[in-house]
Design a protein. Structure first.
Length: 246
Protein backbone atom coordinates (compact mmCIF):
# COMPACT_ATOMS: atom_id res chain seq x y z
CA UNK A 1 0.00 0.00 0.00
CA UNK A 2 1.27 3.45 -0.90
CA UNK A 3 1.97 5.80 2.00
CA UNK A 4 1.92 9.61 2.06
CA UNK A 5 2.50 12.46 4.49
CA UNK A 6 0.09 15.34 5.05
CA UNK A 7 -0.16 18.26 7.44
CA UNK A 8 -2.51 17.81 10.42
CA UNK A 9 -4.76 20.51 8.95
CA UNK A 10 -5.33 18.32 5.88
CA UNK A 11 -7.20 15.81 8.03
CA UNK A 12 -10.66 17.07 8.91
CA UNK A 13 -13.17 14.68 10.45
CA UNK A 14 -13.14 11.58 8.28
CA UNK A 15 -11.73 13.37 5.23
CA UNK A 16 -8.13 13.74 4.07
CA UNK A 17 -7.14 16.21 1.36
CA UNK A 18 -3.85 15.45 -0.39
CA UNK A 19 -2.20 18.36 -2.20
CA UNK A 20 1.14 19.34 -3.73
CA UNK A 21 3.45 17.06 -5.68
CA UNK A 22 1.76 13.95 -4.34
CA UNK A 23 -1.30 14.72 -6.49
CA UNK A 24 0.61 14.24 -9.74
CA UNK A 25 2.45 11.25 -8.32
CA UNK A 26 -0.78 9.49 -7.35
CA UNK A 27 -2.55 10.29 -10.62
CA UNK A 28 0.19 10.14 -13.26
CA UNK A 29 2.86 7.83 -11.82
CA UNK A 30 0.92 5.40 -9.65
CA UNK A 31 -2.21 5.79 -11.81
CA UNK A 32 -4.48 5.23 -8.85
CA UNK A 33 -8.23 5.46 -9.27
CA UNK A 34 -11.23 6.27 -7.10
CA UNK A 35 -11.99 3.53 -4.61
CA UNK A 36 -8.37 2.46 -4.26
CA UNK A 37 -6.79 2.52 -0.82
CA UNK A 38 -3.76 4.39 0.47
CA UNK A 39 -2.44 5.39 3.88
CA UNK A 40 -1.34 8.72 5.30
CA UNK A 41 0.43 10.04 8.38
CA UNK A 42 0.47 13.61 9.64
CA UNK A 43 3.81 13.63 11.47
CA UNK A 44 2.11 14.77 14.67
CA UNK A 45 0.94 11.46 16.10
CA UNK A 46 1.63 7.74 15.86
CA UNK A 47 -1.46 7.01 13.77
CA UNK A 48 -1.75 5.59 10.28
CA UNK A 49 -4.90 6.67 8.48
CA UNK A 50 -6.15 4.09 5.96
CA UNK A 51 -8.16 5.91 3.32
CA UNK A 52 -10.12 5.29 0.15
CA UNK A 53 -9.83 7.74 -2.76
CA UNK A 54 -13.08 9.64 -3.29
CA UNK A 55 -12.18 12.32 -5.85
CA UNK A 56 -9.16 12.90 -8.11
CA UNK A 57 -8.97 16.64 -8.76
CA UNK A 58 -6.37 18.68 -10.60
CA UNK A 59 -4.94 20.28 -7.45
CA UNK A 60 -6.30 18.04 -4.71
CA UNK A 61 -7.20 14.44 -3.99
CA UNK A 62 -10.05 13.85 -1.57
CA UNK A 63 -9.87 10.68 0.49
CA UNK A 64 -12.20 9.27 3.12
CA UNK A 65 -10.80 7.58 6.23
CA UNK A 66 -11.83 3.94 6.47
CA UNK A 67 -10.04 3.15 9.72
CA UNK A 68 -7.18 4.36 11.89
CA UNK A 69 -4.29 2.12 12.82
CA UNK A 70 -2.42 2.89 16.04
CA UNK A 71 0.94 1.85 14.63
CA UNK A 72 3.90 2.05 17.00
CA UNK A 73 6.68 2.00 14.42
CA UNK A 74 8.97 4.72 15.78
CA UNK A 75 11.91 3.93 18.03
CA UNK A 76 11.25 4.74 21.71
CA UNK A 77 14.31 7.02 21.70
CA UNK A 78 15.24 9.88 19.39
CA UNK A 79 18.50 9.14 17.59
CA UNK A 80 20.45 11.99 16.00
CA UNK A 81 23.05 11.10 13.35
CA UNK A 82 25.85 13.66 13.03
CA UNK A 83 27.37 12.62 9.71
CA UNK A 84 30.67 13.98 8.44
CA UNK A 85 30.17 15.09 4.83
CA UNK A 86 31.25 12.23 2.53
CA UNK A 87 32.35 12.37 -1.09
CA UNK A 88 30.09 11.93 -4.09
CA UNK A 89 26.55 10.80 -3.56
CA UNK A 90 27.26 8.71 -0.46
CA UNK A 91 25.19 11.06 1.69
CA UNK A 92 22.11 10.10 -0.29
CA UNK A 93 22.59 6.44 0.63
CA UNK A 94 23.29 7.34 4.26
CA UNK A 95 20.12 9.45 4.53
CA UNK A 96 17.97 6.78 2.91
CA UNK A 97 19.19 3.90 5.07
CA UNK A 98 19.35 5.93 8.29
CA UNK A 99 15.67 6.83 7.87
CA UNK A 100 14.81 3.17 7.28
CA UNK A 101 16.66 2.28 10.50
CA UNK A 102 14.65 4.77 12.57
CA UNK A 103 16.86 7.86 12.88
CA UNK A 104 15.05 10.93 14.19
CA UNK A 105 17.27 13.62 12.70
CA UNK A 106 20.33 13.83 10.43
CA UNK A 107 22.90 16.59 10.87
CA UNK A 108 25.54 16.94 8.11
CA UNK A 109 28.88 17.98 9.63
CA UNK A 110 31.63 19.85 7.77
CA UNK A 111 34.51 18.15 9.58
CA UNK A 112 38.08 19.26 8.87
CA UNK A 113 38.95 16.18 6.83
CA UNK A 114 35.79 16.36 4.75
CA UNK A 115 36.77 16.53 1.09
CA UNK A 116 33.43 18.09 0.15
CA UNK A 117 33.27 21.86 0.63
CA UNK A 118 29.82 23.37 0.19
CA UNK A 119 29.10 27.05 -0.18
CA UNK A 120 25.76 28.39 1.04
CA UNK A 121 23.98 27.91 -2.30
CA UNK A 122 25.26 24.36 -2.82
CA UNK A 123 24.52 23.44 0.79
CA UNK A 124 20.92 24.63 0.41
CA UNK A 125 20.45 22.62 -2.79
CA UNK A 126 22.02 19.51 -1.27
CA UNK A 127 19.89 19.77 1.84
CA UNK A 128 16.71 20.00 -0.24
CA UNK A 129 17.81 16.90 -2.15
CA UNK A 130 18.61 14.99 1.06
CA UNK A 131 15.30 16.02 2.64
CA UNK A 132 13.46 14.68 -0.39
CA UNK A 133 15.29 11.38 -0.06
CA UNK A 134 14.39 11.28 3.65
CA UNK A 135 10.71 11.77 2.82
CA UNK A 136 10.76 9.04 0.16
CA UNK A 137 12.48 6.63 2.58
CA UNK A 138 9.98 7.49 5.32
CA UNK A 139 7.12 6.68 2.94
CA UNK A 140 8.72 3.40 1.87
CA UNK A 141 9.42 2.24 5.43
CA UNK A 142 6.00 3.41 6.70
CA UNK A 143 7.45 5.85 9.20
CA UNK A 144 5.03 8.13 11.01
CA UNK A 145 7.35 11.13 10.74
CA UNK A 146 9.75 12.45 8.13
CA UNK A 147 13.15 12.81 9.82
CA UNK A 148 14.60 16.28 9.34
CA UNK A 149 17.91 16.86 7.59
CA UNK A 150 19.39 19.91 9.30
CA UNK A 151 21.61 22.57 7.70
CA UNK A 152 25.31 21.71 7.49
CA UNK A 153 27.12 22.45 10.76
CA UNK A 154 30.75 22.82 11.74
CA UNK A 155 32.09 20.35 14.28
CA UNK A 156 31.94 23.06 16.93
CA UNK A 157 28.30 23.78 16.13
CA UNK A 158 27.46 20.07 16.09
CA UNK A 159 29.04 19.50 19.51
CA UNK A 160 27.03 22.42 20.90
CA UNK A 161 23.82 21.12 19.27
CA UNK A 162 24.31 17.73 20.94
CA UNK A 163 25.20 19.17 24.34
CA UNK A 164 21.84 18.45 26.00
CA UNK A 165 21.41 14.93 24.62
CA UNK A 166 21.47 12.04 27.07
CA UNK A 167 23.92 9.70 25.31
CA UNK A 168 26.61 10.95 22.94
CA UNK A 169 28.89 8.57 21.07
CA UNK A 170 31.75 9.02 18.62
CA UNK A 171 33.42 5.97 17.03
CA UNK A 172 37.18 6.42 16.96
CA UNK A 173 39.72 4.04 15.47
CA UNK A 174 42.09 4.54 18.42
CA UNK A 175 39.43 3.66 21.00
CA UNK A 176 39.72 0.22 22.55
CA UNK A 177 37.48 -2.22 24.37
CA UNK A 178 34.54 -3.71 22.46
CA UNK A 179 33.10 -4.80 25.79
CA UNK A 180 32.71 -1.14 26.74
CA UNK A 181 30.82 -0.50 23.49
CA UNK A 182 28.52 -3.44 24.24
CA UNK A 183 27.83 -2.09 27.73
CA UNK A 184 26.94 1.37 26.41
CA UNK A 185 24.56 0.00 23.77
CA UNK A 186 22.93 -2.47 26.17
CA UNK A 187 22.40 0.28 28.77
CA UNK A 188 20.38 2.46 26.39
CA UNK A 189 16.88 3.12 27.67
CA UNK A 190 13.61 4.23 26.06
CA UNK A 191 13.07 7.96 26.15
CA UNK A 192 16.74 8.90 25.91
CA UNK A 193 18.07 11.20 23.23
CA UNK A 194 21.08 9.66 21.51
CA UNK A 195 23.73 11.43 19.42
CA UNK A 196 26.00 9.46 17.09
CA UNK A 197 28.97 11.25 15.48
CA UNK A 198 30.46 9.72 12.32
CA UNK A 199 33.57 11.12 10.66
CA UNK A 200 34.05 11.66 6.90
CA UNK A 201 36.57 9.72 4.82
CA UNK A 202 39.76 9.84 6.86
CA UNK A 203 37.84 10.20 10.10
CA UNK A 204 37.90 13.07 12.57
CA UNK A 205 41.12 14.89 13.37
CA UNK A 206 42.56 14.29 16.83
CA UNK A 207 41.70 17.86 17.81
CA UNK A 208 38.05 17.19 16.94
CA UNK A 209 38.04 13.99 18.98
CA UNK A 210 39.62 15.91 21.86
CA UNK A 211 36.99 18.66 21.61
CA UNK A 212 34.25 16.05 21.57
CA UNK A 213 35.74 14.28 24.59
CA UNK A 214 36.02 17.56 26.50
CA UNK A 215 32.30 18.09 25.82
CA UNK A 216 31.43 14.69 27.27
CA UNK A 217 31.04 12.77 24.02
CA UNK A 218 32.17 9.20 24.56
CA UNK A 219 34.70 7.62 22.14
CA UNK A 220 33.85 4.02 21.32
CA UNK A 221 35.29 1.28 19.16
CA UNK A 222 33.32 -0.56 16.49
CA UNK A 223 35.61 -3.55 16.34
CA UNK A 224 38.88 -4.52 14.72
CA UNK A 225 38.03 -3.49 11.17
CA UNK A 226 37.96 0.02 9.73
CA UNK A 227 34.51 0.81 8.35
CA UNK A 228 33.74 3.25 5.58
CA UNK A 229 31.91 6.42 6.56
CA UNK A 230 28.76 5.24 4.77
CA UNK A 231 28.86 1.98 6.74
CA UNK A 232 29.79 3.06 10.27
CA UNK A 233 26.72 5.11 11.12
CA UNK A 234 24.35 2.50 9.76
CA UNK A 235 26.01 -0.19 11.87
CA UNK A 236 25.52 1.81 15.06
CA UNK A 237 21.93 2.64 14.12
CA UNK A 238 21.29 -1.06 13.58
CA UNK A 239 22.75 -1.83 17.02
CA UNK A 240 20.52 0.82 18.59
CA UNK A 241 17.45 -0.43 16.72
CA UNK A 242 18.14 -3.99 17.89
CA UNK A 243 18.46 -2.80 21.48
CA UNK A 244 15.42 -0.52 21.41
CA UNK A 245 12.83 -2.44 19.42
CA UNK A 246 10.20 -4.09 21.61
Amino acid sequence: MHHFFVEPSQIQGNEVRITGNDVKHIKNVLRMRTGEELSVSNGADEKEYRCGIEELGEEEILCRIRFIKEADVELPSKVYLFQGLPKGDKMELIVQKAVELGVYEIIPVAARRAVVKLDEKKAKHKRERWQGIAEAAAKQSRRKIVPAVKPVMTMKEAIAYASEMDVRLIPYEMAEGMERTREIISDLEPGQTIAVFIGPEGGFEESEIEAAGNAGICPITMGKRILRTETAGLVILAWIMYQMET
